[in-house]
Design a protein around this ligand. Structure first.
Ligand code: SGN
Ligand code: CA
Length: 489
């Protein structure tokens, strides 16, 4: 028997005690970490909710993205604070409106003095990683690993800025590559004794809508239903008259509709902006086999167009451009859906579904021909609203739907809340935890605020701000445009 009072044994007891405390502390830490939920934040770029079958079956089936809604919750009133790429990402990371985090448009640099939720999660013991499009002009803080596209990135054989390997170029198709990187990290780098927060961020379906080779033949032959407002006169929408987002008139023949520049010259088609340069910049990146597949799919389309062109009216051309737009845009989404499926399969196969909150969203919505438009920016429904699907094991009722007004401003606080990390007092959103868990007595929101700043700029959308207010009779959206107040829904 060890006598703790003897001088010799005192040190033995003391050492044993230290070992015991250490083991106990480590064990508690591992147990706590194991319990804290993992976060998988999946975001695509410019993915309209109209192009997700969980919302609408008209245009495309997205069985894998839909899996998230089947296991969890589909939000029908998720919106953004500023419908453009980098500002949306800044709002998501900081939990602050554009005027507070400083990233009001795509041009200004992101102020890295901002505190972001990944930094806070990392400090709290989360392993953090980001793969794909960030669009900030600087690297993200608070990540143990990242591989990001420079600026907008490219669809084929893209370059990446990486945390550990410097700048690299990877052969292949961007959506597949971002997924390979994500799966690689999950398989080889994820530390099993820590919770993780993974940002898996697609470039697709951003302009100029270049799909994977494997989908080109099928998608270039598809026909899609036209939206009722494809030929909108924009009556009562004063800013719409000067905006340059019209499918017929502002889309490039080469860069967008993929009409070969030589065919443009042959037909006498007028170049829109730097249309031909955009075509060459994207298509010129394809290697020989990739280009052969591209030609095999697009040449028959262009041959047919050449034949029809002499007899086509403006209306015929608009209809043709709408079909070309949908074929390419939706073709890129097909790969996003397949690849989301690969990540979900991995999480399922590795028993990670129960303790992982999975979010699918877009940096904003997008016009798919509504009002005759493409692009976003305006606070009308299709770009103000964004898709949002969230699953989280048994914490969220499978197959549930919420029409509560939520914003991309809410993600930061939601993630901090579920990770048990203190939410900074200057964050401006709300944790969605009560909504996700059906605890609605703890949820209250009367209105959300919107502000679009990027003007003068591409697409010429005037600056405007808006508020959507919840009234007993439903939601009303007020839009302030050049000091004129209008109702925008
Ligand atoms: C590019 C696109 C625009 C798009 C902006 C912003 N033109 O400039 O159509 O509105 O990005 O998009 S392109 O000819 O270069 O494709 S965002 O999603 O990054 O905000
Ligand atoms: Ca975008």
């Amino acid at each position: 028997m060890l006598n703790p009072y003897s001088q010799k044994n005192y040190w033995k007891v003391f050492t044993l005690l230290i070992i015991f405390v250490n083991v106990a502390l480590n064990y508690t830490c591992i147990a706590q970490n194991a319990k804290r939920p993992n976060i998988v934040f999946i975001m695509s770029d410019d993915h309209a909710y109209q192009a997700i079958s969980a919302y609408d079956h008209t245009l495309i089936e997205t069985p894998n993205i839909d899996r998230i809604a089947k296991k969890g919750m589909l939000f029908t009133n998720a919106c953004v604070t500023n419908s453009i790429c980098a500002p949306s990402r800044a709002t998501i990371l900081t939990g602050k409106h554009s005027h507070k985090n400083g990233k009001v448009d795509n041009v200004s640099a992101f102020d890295t003095n901002n505190v972001t939720f990944p930094q806070l999660l990392q400090k709290a013991g989360y392993q953090t990683a980001m793969f794909g499009k960030l669009h900030f002009g600087n690297s993200p803080k608070g990540f143990d690993q990242f591989k990001i596209l420079p600026d907008q990135g490219n669809y084929y054989n893209p370059d990446f800025i990486t945390k550990q390997e410097g700048n690299i170029k990877v052969s292949g198709y961007v959506t597949d590559i971002i997924t390979d990187m994500t799966l690689d990290w999950l398989q080889k780098e994820r530390k099993k004794d820590k919770p993780f927060m993974l940002m898996y961020l697609h470039k697709a379906p951003h302009r100029s809508w270049l799909m994977a080779e494997r989908h080109m033949k099928a998608f270039t032959q598809k026909k899609f239903l036209e939206p009722a407002t494809l030929f909108d006169s924009h009556e009562g929408m004063p800013a719409a008259e000067v905006a340059q987002m019209n499918i017929h008139g502002n889309m490039g023949w080469a860069g967008d509709s993929k009409v070969n520049p030589e065919i443009m010259d042959e037909l006498g088609l007028k170049e829109i902006g730097v249309d031909k340069i955009r075509y060459k910049a994207e298509i010129g990146r394809l290697d020989t086999p990739q280009k052969a597949n591209f030609d095999a799919a697009y040449k028959p389309v262009m041959d047919e167009f050449k034949k029809r062109y002499p007899t086509m009216t403006d209306k015929d051309l608009a209809k043709w451009q709408y079909q070309r737009y949908m074929q390419d845009y939706l073709g890129t989404i097909k790969s996003v859906d397949e690849n989301v499926g690969r990540v979900l399969d991995y999480l399922e196969a590795n028993n990670l579904m129960d303790n992982t909150i999975i979010v699918y969203t877009s940096d904003q919505g997008f016009y798919l021909g509504e009002h005759g438009w493409f692009d976003k920016r305006f606070v009308y429904d299709q770009s103000f609203k964004t898709p949002l699907l969230i699953s989280w094991g048994n914490h969220i009722k499978a197959g549930s739907k919420s029409d509560v007004l939520v914003q991309n401003l809410d993600f930061a606080q939601t993630f901090l809340d579920i990770a048990g990390v203190k939410q900074p007092a200057d964050m401006q959103g709300k944790s969605l935890l009560p909504v996700l868990t059906g605890n609605m007595k703890n949820w209250k929101r009367d209105a959300v605020y919107y502000h679009y700043y990027e003007h003068p700029s591409e697409h010429n959308v005037n600056r405007h701000y808006a508020a959507e207010c919840i009234k007993k009779c439903g939601a009303i959206r007020f839009m302030f445009l050049k000091n004129h107040l209008r109702i925008a829904n």
